[in-house]
Design a protein around this ligand. Structure first.
Ligand code: AKB
Length: 336
């Protein structure tokens, strides 16, 4: 869908890409990554508000509320969009505090975005999640195709998004593609309101406080991935040969599975005095317990070459280095 150039033409036929939710944890890094790869002028970042920085200043930027179909459709036409990366959404724990409002943004926003993509025949990327699974899903080696009965409103909207993407592909031939993201760890923009966020906060607190109180209980395993691997996965999937994509919406992807004590042990290899204790939040713990412990990603590897590079220790080294360099304030103070 994002593949550049035609066979033998020697010149890249660069796509025009619209990204929603560009100020979020993924968007803040994916927008500069896409601009670098496809040309800044070809990537239109959109978000509900303008935040000074690379997203709004490094290329085209427009304010967009994703449920406003008319405004969305207008931007699709004026920018000549042929690929939509739809990232706007409310994360799992925050969504539980407002199920109705978050359904509206997560499911309604996805539907509005798909409709706009349909009008122009644009390719479409949807970020699903490990949240699309629930307690009745096999938790270890969770298969690509399995039971999906999530018990969070966020998860229900993710399954809905996957099904809508399938429907638009089947009914309208839209080139929809998606990934079931695990917890994503990054240092550029902090996540907000997720269940896996502890695995980001812990690094900031390790640098600023030398200790961390985890809201997730010891022994709770969840799938995770470092942001550089997530960015590469999005581009690999969107550039993949369409005929190879059997499971389009959406692929299991994960680079590691760990529990809080293991992150602490990894941090201790670099900061030996680091300490962890626990004050478990029942809401986020219940969500975590309903998700898989480790995904089977063989379909992603076989169909489009998913190949993450970072394991826990490599990620810890990079996270601590980057946070130490820029100062720990960027990610602290934004805890859910
Ligand atoms: C969350 O915790 O809500 C997200 C996710 C796994 O989708 N990081």
């Amino acid at each position: 869908a994002l593949r550049r150039g035609g066979p033998g033409d020697g010149y890249p036929a660069v796509k025009r890409i619209l990204v929603t939710g560009s100020n979020g944890q993924i968007g803040a890094e994916l927008v500069p990554y896409l601009r670098e790869r496809y040309g800044a002028e070809n990537v239109l970042a959109t978000a509900r508000r303008r935040v000074p920085g690379p997203v709004s200043e490094g290329g085209p930027f427009e304010i967009l509320e994703v449920r406003d179909g008319r405004a969305f459709s207008g931007l699709m036409g004026s920018f000549g969009v042929d690929a939509v990366i739809h990232l706007a959404g409310v994360l799992s724990a925050r969504a539980e505090a407002d199920p109705q409002g978050s359904w509206d943004v997560n499911a309604g926003g996805c539907f509005a975005a798909l409709e706009c993509a349909r009008e122009r025949g644009a390719a479409f990327f949807f970020p699903s999640s490990i949240a699309a699974f629930g307690p009745s899903t096999p938790p270890d080696g969770t298969p690509q195709v399995t039971i999906q009965r999530p018990t969070t409103i966020y998860g229900v909207a993710k399954v809905t998004g996957e099904l809508l993407c399938d429907y638009y592909h089947l009914k309208y031939g839209l080139d929809t593609r998606g990934l079931r993201f695990p917890g994503l760890i990054s240092y550029e923009a902090p996540p907000g309101g997720g269940t896996t966020d502890y695995a980001v906060h812990i690094y900031y607190e390790a640098v600023s406080q030398g200790r961390y109180t985890s809201y997730i209980a010891p022994g709770t395993f969840m799938d995770m991935m470092y942001m550089p691997d997530a960015l590469e996965a999005v581009v690999r999937l969107m550039e993949a040969e369409p005929s190879k994509l059997v499971h389009r919406n959406a692929y299991n992807v994960s680079a590691m599975s760990f529990e809080p004590g293991q992150v602490a042990a990894s941090i201790r290899k670099r900061i030996p005095s680091f300490e962890i204790d626990y004050a478990v939040d029942p809401v986020r713990q219940a969500i975590a317990a309903s998700w898989p412990r480790s995904l089977d990603c063989s379909a992603a590897r076989a169909e489009w070459g998913f190949a993450p590079k970072y394991d826990l220790d490599a990620m810890t080294t990079d996270m601590l280095e980057k946070i130490q360099k820029r100062g720990p304030t960027a990610g602290s103070g934004l805890h859910f």
